[in-house]
Design a protein around this ligand. Structure first.
Ligand SMILES: [Cu+2]
Length: 176
């Protein structure tokens, strides 16, 4: 109860803050960087929903027809690096971080992942809340489910700054 009140308070502050800034023209300069960052994050999220469309759609873990375990390690590799999926399958990804630093698994196309990695380099603190991604702390397990509605070759990667560049990526093949 207490925490949901806090969340409500914070989100209403976020809604109110920009109009306060507008009202006090003199403060607009100081508030600008934060406002820009918010706009940035928002457009980034919209874009991520676009990633989702290229591969399929988010699903409830409980509706998964198949579970795939993926291990992420500090040698900047996913195990397995190649995943074969049949079109229409709903997959529950159980993602374990066996390393000592945070890793994440983000589904997308290579072009989108590269663009996203560049954004992460600029905003290292950016957290993923997107349904096509999971961030996992060291020693922990995260999961999400995804329905692969389209056939084709797709990709996944860890977009923690430097990891993608070090080769932390894998391939997904969705067969008809
Ligand atoms: Cu990583």
């Amino acid at each position: 109860m207490k925490s949901s009140c806090a969340v409500l308070f914070v989100s209403s502050m976020l809604v109110v803050a920009p109009s306060l800034v507008m009202a006090h023209g003199g403060e607009a300069g100081a508030a600008m960087p934060k406002h820009d960052m918010k706009g940035m994050d928002k457009s980034h999220r919209t874009e991520s929903a676009g990633h989702a469309a290229a591969l399929g759609r988010p699903a409830d873990v409980g509706r998964a027809t198949r579970t795939i375990e993926v291990v992420m390690s500090d040698n900047m590799r996913f195990e397995p690096e190649r995943i074969d999926i049949r079109q229409g399958e709903t997959v529950r990804f159980v993602v374990r971080n066996s390393g000592n630093v945070k890793h994440e698994l983000v589904l997308g196309t290579m072009a989108e992942l590269k663009k996203h990695a560049a954004l992460m380099a600029k905003f290292p603190e950016m957290e993923h809340e997107d349904p096509n991604a999971v961030s996992v702390e060291p020693g922990k397990i995260g999961e999400f489910a995804w329905t692969f509605t389209k056939s084709g070759a797709f990709d996944f990667a860890c977009l923690v700054p430097g990891h993608f560049e070090a080769g932390m990526k894998g391939k997904i093949r969705v067969k008809k």
